[in-house]
Write a protein that binds this ligand. Structure first.
Ligand code: GLY
Ligand code: MN
Ligand code: MN
Length: 441
């Protein structure tokens, strides 16, 4: 069965499910309806050119309206959702195509030539408005615009993916696996960061604006910059390593995948292999009922153990974690929820009040602190890096003798290592969408 059919076959059930979840959330918060606005185009300051459009993810949950600024959806209990589909008579820009029946048949679609058509939606004072289009603030009382408890409820609902959503993320992983393979080939051919990025995009026919986040395409020490954003057109004199953190999208759903490569055999190549094995095991530990914070802390012990085994640090793993030394090399979180947003919603909240589930002390960048449930999709992305400012700070303010500086100097030109997969929590074994996608190529 083609990917596309698998995805679309699950769509009717997805719509029925999220209609039910919205109805329950509206009732719980005392609303009769919700009007979800896609957003509007925004121009840059003192200019008439627009930023790339990113649709309100709450609308994308319902339908793949990726480029559909100024469309809006009315959700009411017991009624088919009503979509105001903005399709202007325009000759400056290409308007959206007619709605595609595989999804549009589930809506009452009102074709709109006017961006304010949603104003005719027949809403009342018990309608909540969800979105950030400036027109909403003009027309809607503040108390009904993105009511926090309602938004929290919906965010929590979005953490349990339907089969349709999982099929979309699997498709995004399949595309990214193709592109990662093309990029790795480009690295082996000696291409620059810029050229590897172009190779990545061309291999799956995506342009930058269609990627879920800025591709991180890093040779050598650039891979120690966690969200490295430049794409050097010059090749370094000697190539040591390559890290690529890059995803793809399917119907608005993201994949988020990282692979690391060494240019030559040696310690760095061996460390990548050890990290890869460790990461694969971590992915198998992702089961319902697990507190993700525990897995994150466990990873610190494991990474400290690897640093010790490779003679980069001197203390035992437990001591390196307790003193904060492991965070010098591994300063980010183990991962995050993944879905319509790369860093998907509700990773840190417990309830509709938005009560924060605290991060472990000393781990300020962890984006997921919840106990895992079936249907969660998340990333597992341990890494370690030779980050000059963090190493310098430790040298100046910590126990400098805990680090083997000769080893750091020798390995720092390789930058760092990260391995990142996308994993579905199920009632049984976890499903590693990334490994499956690479294995299927
Ligand atoms: N690509 C960003 C991240 O892995 O979180
Ligand atoms: Mn990630
Ligand atoms: Mn990533």
């Amino acid at each position: 069965m083609s990917e596309r059919r698998t995805i679309t076959e699950g769509y009717a059930a997805h719509i029925a499910e999220i209609q039910g979840r919205w109805e329950a959330a509206l009732e719980a918060e005392g609303f009769e309806a919700a009007l979800i606005h896609a957003g509007s185009m925004q121009t840059s300051f003192l200019d008439d050119y627009e930023y790339p459009f990113r649709c309100n993810p709450h609308l994308l949950w319902w339908a793949p309206l990726l480029r559909h600024h100024d469309s809006a959806l009315l959700v009411r209990p017991g009624r088919r959702p009503k979509l105001f589909y903005y399709q202007p008579d325009d000759y400056w820009y290409l308007p959206p195509e007619d709605p595609d029946s595989w999804w549009a048949d589930h809506f009452d679609v009102v074709m709109a030539n006017d961006p304010d058509a949603w104003l005719q939606a027949g809403t009342n004072e018990r309608t909540a408005y969800i979105g950030d289009a400036p027109c909403l603030a003009e027309h809607v009382a503040e108390t009904r615009l993105n009511p926090q408890r309602l938004v929290n409820r919906i965010h929590l609902e979005r953490t349990r993916k339907t089969p349709y959503e999982i099929a979309c993320i699997a498709e995004a992983a399949r595309l990214a696996a193709i592109a990662h393979t093309a990029a790795a080939q480009g690295f082996r051919e000696g291409l620059s960061e810029y050229e590897i990025h172009q190779r990545y995009c061309m291999s799956i026919g995506l342009v930058d604006a269609e990627l879920p986040y800025n591709n991180i395409v890093a040779l050598n020490e650039h891979s120690s910059v966690l969200h490295y954003q430049a794409r050097d057109q010059q090749l370094p004199g000697k190539i040591h390593s390559f890290l690529i953190d890059a995803g793809a999208t399917a119907h608005g759903y993201a994949s988020d995948i990282t692979r690391s490569y060494a240019a030559q055999p040696g310690d760095f190549a061996d460390m990548i292999e050890v990290m890869d094995e460790m990461q694969k095991l971590l992915c198998t530990a992702v089961v319902a009922g697990l507190d993700y914070r525990e897995l994150h802390l466990h990873t610190h012990l494991q990474i400290a153990g690897i640093l010790k085994d490779f003679d980069i640090i001197r203390p035992a793993a437990e001591e390196a974690v307790a003193s904060g030394l492991s965070s010098v090399f591994y300063p980010h979180g183990l991962g995050h929820f993944l879905g319509l947003q790369t860093h998907d919603v509700a990773g840190l909240i417990a309830d509709a009040d938005g009560t924060m589930i605290p991060r472990p002390e000393g781990h300020p960048f962890l984006r997921l602190t919840r106990v895992l449930e079936a249907g969660n999709v998340l990333t597992i992305e341990p890494g370690f890096y030779f980050i000059e400012p963090l190493l310098r700070k430790w040298r100046e303010t910590g126990d400098a003798s805990a680090i083997n500086w000769d080893r750091v100097e020798a390995l720092a030109p390789s930058g760092g290592i990260r391995v990142e997969d996308n994993v579905v929590v199920t009632d049984g074994e976890p499903l590693n969408l990334t490994r499956e996608a690479f294995a299927a190529l």
